[in-house]
Design a protein around this ligand. Structure first.
Ligand code: BTN
Length: 248
């Protein structure tokens, strides 16, 4: 399936724009990218600061034949493909932090926000939004941001063409989507994940509400849950939550 590409100068949120187009009956798959967002959204209701300074804001829209319970796996699979794509274009060593942050040199360079909705005909539509810091000058950022986030420009010392990045990413996502539909992603996910897993073997703490689960992160299982090996020898499978790396 070829993706139709829509490139805008300004939008509230590319995820919202994709959702409106889906509601309008537009055929999928398609991708909406914008040079700036006035109401960029992050996970957990956070704001995704989206100035017009050469970052990438794009949302991919699908009507995949998957059940709602497979959405997290869908996101992990797309995340690992996006991570590999960035590494091959930018020669970075991007890693993925479960469930869907991309990190370079221990700092966040991109975030993914997947939103799914069931249509009246029981077809699930999925919008996968990616915000990637590309050419923004990290040296002008506030200190609290500088210590946790970075941009491709900052790590690679180069300026990248955003439209080219969007089109290369779209090509990769199209291949990944085909593999997802024919089921061949199942055989590849765990091994590819392990290659770029920033948490693997690290002491982590998972926060779920007021619960705190700590142990050694040991990859993902076939449903995409994070495996945490606890000190008492038991295994905890995390389906959702925020993970932090503890002192090693
Ligand atoms: C996160 O790490 O919290 C996810 C951030 C996702 C941001 C992207 S930018 C393009 C798309 N449109 C949005 O409003 N959000 C996503």
């Amino acid at each position: 399936a070829d993706f139709q590409a829509i490139v805008l100068d300004e939008v509230d949120s590319t995820n919202s724009e994709a959702e409106r187009r889906i509601a309008n009956g537009d055929p999928t798959p398609f991708v909406v990218a914008s040079r700036l967002q006035t109401q960029g959204r992050g996970r957990l209701g956070r704001v995704w600061h989206s100035p017009q300074n050469g970052n990438l804001y794009a949302s991919f829209a699908f009507r995949p034949q998957v059940s709602p319970s497979q959405i997290s796996l869908f996101t992990l699979w797309m995340g690992i493909n996006i991570c590999e794509c960035i590494n091959s274009i930018c020669r970075t060593s991007c890693q993925i932090k479960w469930p869907n942050d991309l990190h370079v040199e221990g700092k966040k360079v991109a975030g993914i926000l997947t939103e799914a909705r069931m249509e009246a005909d029981l077809v699930l539509n999925v919008v996968l939004g990616i915000g990637l810091n590309v050419n923004s000058d990290a040296s002008t950022w506030p200190d609290e941001l500088k210590s946790i986030a970075t941009s491709l420009n900052q790590v690679a010392g180069e300026t990248f063409d955003i439209n080219k990045l969007v089109s290369t990413l779209t090509g990769r996502i199209a291949i990944a989507y085909r593999k997802l539909l024919d089921g061949s992603h199942k055989a590849e996910l765990k091994e590819r994940w392990a290659r770029y897993d920033s948490l693997l073997g690290k002491n982590v703490a998972l926060l779920q509400g007021d619960q705190r689960i700590s142990g050694i992160a040991s990859g993902i299982d076939s449903s995409g849950s994070l495996i945490i090996e606890r000190a008492d020898g038991s295994r905890y499978l995390a389906r959702a939550g925020e993970v932090t790396i503890e002192k090693q």
